[in-house]
Design a protein around this ligand. Structure first.
Ligand SMILES: [Zn+2]
Length: 86
């Protein structure tokens, strides 16, 4: 387990979320969603909060909303689909 993943799991638990929120095959990182990601498309966004630039994972429904918002406000699109998913 990477240092980022260890720190993220600890923070998730402290905040009362599933331990694997935002992690690969875990749960969507959006607090109001938390959809299970196992076996489903993963979208990722850089974690600017910790300045590690690690990837945080989101479900497709949330990614679609983020992308629509980014385009609406003319900002760079933040979400990228994981292409090499098993
Ligand atoms: Zn979601």
């Amino acid at each position: 387990m990477s240092m980022f993943e260890r720190a993220k799991r600890k923070r998730n638990l402290q905040e009362g979320y599933p331990q694997d929120k935002g992690l690969k095959n875990g749960h969507c990182n959006r607090s109001g969603c938390l959809a299970p990601l196992e076996g489903r498309p993963h979208w990722w966004m850089r974690d600017h909060e910790t300045f590690t630039d690690e990837r945080l994972y989101y479900c497709e429904a949330c990614a679609t909303r983020f992308i629509a918002y980014d385009k609406q406000v003319g900002a760079p699109v933040r979400c990228t689909l994981v292409e090499d998913q098993e």
